[in-house]
Design a protein around this ligand. Structure first.
Ligand SMILES: NC(=O)c1ccc[n+]([C@@H]2O[C@H](COP(=O)([O-])OP(=O)(O)OC[C@H]3O[C@@H](n4cnc5c(N)ncnc54)[C@H](O)[C@@H]3O)[C@@H](O)[C@H]2O)c1
Length: 318
């Protein structure tokens, strides 16, 4: 069986490729190595995989249907984990058309190929951002029709299209909504990396609302990967799952934990919360427990310790 991981050179995608290879699967990673953040980071993410048996890197763009068709003709993937796309709600405020082209248009292109292939399972990455300002905790039945950013709206559109294509082509499909993922190889535009970089340089960190009243349901990368694997392995026809830690942490307390682990001091630059960001994210994961036998196992202290270990090794190794 061959697993296609779109966005396979990214943060979550490269971890998933590693996990699939450890299981002995054939893996094709599709990525366009765009420069939303330094593409050398993405090259480093996949470098250790390049000479592993069963791994193929396909440099291509989800917006290029011909490239996708060629990939499907050559590799005939049996399982798809669609993680490729443009992330970050705030950045999407500046480039809504780019988000639409990649997250919606790119997803439709992928489905065009899936519909004609022999795909046994399609798992599509979505986001807690679809819940907007709905009251927490968020379960999969919580309303998602008022997203706050173009990013969230395009991910919601891709979810809805996922159902349509599943219905039309009878491909078993699972949508997985990730909640603020962190850990080794974490994206440089996300809070842990931004905070640690600023603390190391003795620069002030931007803290929305001074960290008070802002909560994030930080979810460790290994827990996300085990959730995606469970969604790939199940035989459910169509389901949506929250993959979150179910333990929201106030930003102020997140900083305190980071300080205790790193021993670095922090200066705070308090700013209002951007309009694209909800004050709280909080996953109800009881459905994933019931249907996938999945629940997160990594608490924020253990996860940040592992992130800090990785970060220090990165500094040493250049
Ligand atoms: N990291 C999180 O906290 C988080 C939370 C919710 C949802 N998600 C979703 O999970 C997925 C992976 O996120 P990530 O944090 O690993 O981000 P990432 O940016 O590290 O990974 C995404 C990858 O997709 C690739 N990509 C982007 N546009 C492409 C295109 N047109 N063609 C081919 N490849 C393209 C990028 O080069 C990148 O390597 C995304 O769909 C994101 O929306 C992430």
């Amino acid at each position: 069986m061959t697993y296609l991981v779109t966005g396979g050179a990214g943060f979550i995608g490269s971890h998933l490729c590693e996990a699939l290879l450890r299981r002995g699967e054939h893996v094709v990673a599709l990525d366009n190595f765009n420069d939303y953040y330094d593409p050398r980071r993405k090259r480093r993410n996949v470098a250790p995989l390049l000479d592993q048996a069963g791994f193929t890197l396909w440099e291509g763009d989800l917006r290029n249907l011909d490239s996708l068709k060629a990939l499907f003709a050559q590799h005939q993937p049996s399982h798809i984990a669609h993680l490729g796309g443009m992330a970050n709600p705030r950045y999407s405020m500046q480039y809504p058309l780019l988000y639409e082209a990649v997250n919606v248009g790119g997803t439709i292109n992928l489905w065009e190929c899936v519909a004609r292939g022999k795909v046994k399972a399609f798992v599509q990455a979505s986001t807690s951002s679809v819940y907007g300002l709905s009251p927490t905790p968020w379960s999969e039945t919580t309303p998602t029709d008022r997203p706050l950013s173009p990013y969230a709206a395009t991910k919601k559109a891709a979810e809805v299209l996922g159902y349509t294509f599943h219905y039309q082509y009878q491909i078993p499909t699972r949508i997985v909504r990730f909640f603020t993922v962190y850990g080794p190889k974490g994206r440089p535009d996300m809070t842990p990396s931004l905070f640690v970089e600023a603390m190391r340089r003795n620069q002030p960190i931007t803290l929305f609302n001074g960290g008070e009243g802002v909560y994030r349901d930080w979810t460790y990368i290994d827990d996300i990967v085990s959730g995606v694997l469970a969604a790939l392995d199940t035989d459910l026809e169509f389901e949506v799952f929250n993959l979150g830690n179910s333990q929201p942490v106030m930003l102020r307390s997140f900083i305190d934990t980071l300080q205790a682990i790193t021993g670095l001091s922090v200066t705070i630059n308090a700013q209002p919360l951007p309009s694209a960001d909800p004050p709280i994210t909080y996953a109800d994961t009881s459905k994933a427990l019931a249907l996938l036998n999945w629940s997160p196992v990594t608490d924020i202290e253990a996860g940040l310790e592992r992130y800090w270990e990785w970060y220090q090794a990165e500094q040493t190794n250049g």
